[in-house]
Design a binder for this molecule. Structure first.
Ligand SMILES: Nc1ncnc2c1ncn2[C@@H]1O[C@H](COP(=O)(O)OP(=O)(O)OP(=O)(O)O)[C@@H](O)[C@H]1O
Length: 333
């Protein structure tokens, strides 16, 4: 079946949601995704070298990493599209190698590109794909989504009767997202969901993801190269490099754990100063105590996710680092 499906979720720091089903059923502590020592070899090349990943129910996790790090491979293994070489994997409580239709019906997938069914009309395609999910409806999760509601949700109501081949790139991507959502998934995989979106479409998509996770309690694993998107959408960020997870936490946690320092810039007596400080507030207080009004143009910069990411990835790619810094890999529990 060539279905692409999607969704996503909110993003404030440290907002680890309780392990429940979004308040519409019996609470459960089972993670949506759990891997232990996941390994994948293509021939003699080991792409994944012991990945331990956990995604809680209702959580949005962004999987970051340089090109070729194994993000798509990981997602394909979790979706059951690819068999792993080794390790333990549970997705919605099931080993993806054994997942049947009922299990698959609970997953939504939005792939990187999806170009089939060009002659179909938008509404027709969603209605057609939705029928697959009907037998798997529950009281808590009516399946499939009502087509009109879904079109509204992704902003395609105006194009409902358009032939798919005539959609713009951004509209096409919205359709990808709708296809990913049509079965009202418990768990949504989004592989670079906003590539090709203009800024408005990107903002709409982020709001959609936040609504979905807020209203439906959908768990989301997304890959992206857009660090701002990861910060905006994800409860937690996981960085894959060198075949392992090298960092795991909220963007604020990663920045704090990685560096723990802020940069304090100011001007005094016509000269510019740049100083780094663990306790930026105390440092600034000290400056004012000592120099008072002579301090001008004061700026405090915290280390950003981008700084952590670029430094880590560069270290792995240049071979200067082969092991993850332990302070960045505490798994969120
Ligand atoms: N079917 C395959 N056979 C052999 N090697 C493969 C296969 N699929 C992927 N690879 C290799 O495995 C590595 C990881 O690829 P993967 O697509 O999972 O990375 P990625 O992190 O998703 O990259 P990108 O950010 O570019 O999408 C790459 O070196 C890739 O060339």
């Amino acid at each position: 079946m060539n279905i692409s499906e999607s969704a996503a979720g909110p993003a404030e720091p440290d907002r680890r949601r309780p392990a429940d089903d979004g308040g519409r059923g019996s609470p459960s502590t089972e993670p949506a995704i759990e891997t232990r020592d996941l390994r994948m070899r293509y021939g003699s090349t080991e792409v994944l070298r012991g990945v331990d990943l956990r995604v809680h129910q209702g959580e949005v996790v962004a999987l970051l990493g340089p090109n070729g790090a194994g993000k798509t491979t990981t997602i394909e293994i979790l979706e059951g599209f690819r068999r792993r070489s080794d390790g333990r994997v549970r997705v919605l409580g099931v080993d993806p190698n054994d997942g049947g239709e009922a299990w698959r019906a609970r997953l939504g997938v939005v792939l990187q590109s999806w170009r089939d069914h060009g002659r179909w009309r938008v509404r027709e395609l969603l209605g057609h794909l939705g029928r697959f999910y009907a037998p798997y409806a529950t009281a808590r999760r009516p399946r499939p989504y009502d087509t009109g509601e879904l079109l509204e949700l992704v902003g395609l109501t105006d194009r409902a009767d358009a032939v798919i081949a005539t959609l713009s790139g951004g509209q096409r991507r919205r359709l990808d997202v709708a296809v990913g959502l049509v079965g009202r998934p418990d768990l949504l995989f989004l592989d670079e969901p906003t590539v090709g979106f203009d800024p408005q479409a990107r903002r709409d998509f982020h709001e959609l993801v936040e609504r979905l996770t807020g209203l439906e309690g959908t768990s989301v694993l997304l890959t992206t190269h857009d660090l701002e998107e990861a910060e905006r959408l994800a409860d937690r960020i996981v960085i894959l490099a060198g075949g392992r997870i090298v960092a795991d936490g909220t963007s604020a946690e990663l920045a704090r754990r990685f560096s723990g320092k802020s940069e304090v810039r100011y001007r005094r007596d016509g000269r510019r100063y740049v100083e780094s400080a663990v306790d930026a507030t105390g440092h600034v207080r000290g400056l004012f105590t000592e120099y008072g009004e002579a301090i001008e143009d004061l700026e405090v910069h915290r280390v950003r996710l981008e700084d952590v990411y670029m430094t880590l990835v560069h270290e792995f790619e240049s071979g200067r680092r082969t092991e993850a810094p332990s302070e960045l890999t505490e798994m969120a529990r």
